[in-house]
Design a binder for this molecule. Sequence first.
Ligand code: AMP
Ligand code: ZN
Length: 119
Amino acid sequence: MAGEPQADCLFCKIVSGDVPATVVRETGTTVAFRDINPQAPTHVLVIPKVHYPDAATLAAAQPGVAADILREAGAVAADEKVDGTGFRIVFNTGTGAGQTVFHAHAHVLGGRGLEWPPG
Ligand code: AMP
Ligand code: ZN
């Protein structure tokens, strides 16, 4: 069934607690945890508890949960005190864009200068 946990999915295992993570926020529909290979002083991933392969697919199926991801990304930025200086929410989508984990996730990046356009 759409959205069900996938046995071979790393982020489903973080949701279930089978793989440890440094969780900074959790709601009924989302988990936010520190990226294991941070690219900025603040680098937190916000994921839905439901499994969809990317953010657009999540938004098409469960738009309320996609909105929850954005709200939580803002809350992470406020918690990390990068909301004043600016932060970036990134959804890499597809291998050509650098997506390596096919469970929807937002990167929240901040705490350093963020060039535009990104690479
Ligand atoms: P992406 O390349 O956009 O799919 O992002 C996947 C992100 O997950 C990368 O930034 C990885 O560093 C991060 N990552 C992979 N494994 C873990 C893990 N066990 N805990 C936290 N972050 C992870
Ligand atoms: Zn998953």
